[in-house]
Design a protein around this ligand. Structure first.
Ligand SMILES: [Fe+2]
Length: 202
């Protein structure tokens, strides 16, 4: 289950102290979807019971054929793969360093998390929101969105990715340094921070 937060920042890009959104979090599927939709971000929860944890990448892709094809139809994606990152991954630090600085790219960033956790920081409309994603979460960050991504402390994630070109995409760094003002801390869905309950009326 994902957790959406409005992190405080010393740069004043998040809610300022005293704002109703300060340090609030949303941790229900419906509320996260409703909060992110106006920002152009798609969020869904998908079933995880298709494959065992030790399934191969090919088994994962076969098990999720329907979802993969549906996403291809929705977003014009031409290919999908499974990324598997853990502390033994070669050049892990260099790989993470490509994504943990504020950037954009001209392709959507689409992930369905099979295992592990990470945080997307989304710089939207002069504010930064963070989405901590975990198993069962599907997140689509549209092309052009200013964002960065980091893994949680155990540095593990396995996810299906979709691409609009077989060549993949290249990050375009903003060089803002904004990411240095935000703690890449994963608190997990069990963390009982203040909750935002006014995002949906029903
Ligand atoms: Fe990215």
């Amino acid at each position: 289950m994902a957790v959406l937060r409005f992190p405080q920042s010393p740069h004043g890009r998040g809610p300022v102290r005293g704002d109703p959104e300060e340090n609030l979090q949303i941790d229900s599927e419906a509320e996260i979807r409703v909060a992110l939709a106006p920002l152009g971000i798609d969020y869904e929860r998908w079933s995880l019971d298709r494959v065992p944890d030790d399934a191969s990448a090919d088994e994962v892709l076969a098990a999720y054929t329907n979802e993969i094809d549906e996403m291809k139809r929705r977003g014009g994606y031409v290919t999908a793969d499974v990324i598997d990152v853990n502390p033994t991954t070669p050049n892990l630090e260099a790989m993470l360093a490509r994504f943990d600085k504020e950037h954009t790219h001209d392709e959507d960033e689409v992930r369905f998390i099979l295992s592990g956790r990470g945080i997307f920081f989304l710089h939207l409309d002069q504010k930064v929101v963070s989405v901590e994603v975990g198993p069962g979460d599907m997140l689509r960050v549209p092309r052009g969105t200013t964002h960065w991504f980091t893994l949680c402390e155990d540095r593990r994630i396995r996810a299906i990715r979709w691409f609009q070109a077989t060549s993949g995409w290249t990050p375009l760094y903003t060089v803002s340094g904004l990411e240095r003002g935000y703690q890449p801390l994963c608190l997990g869905p069990a963390y009982l921070g203040p909750r935002l309950r006014s995002t949906i009326s029903a």
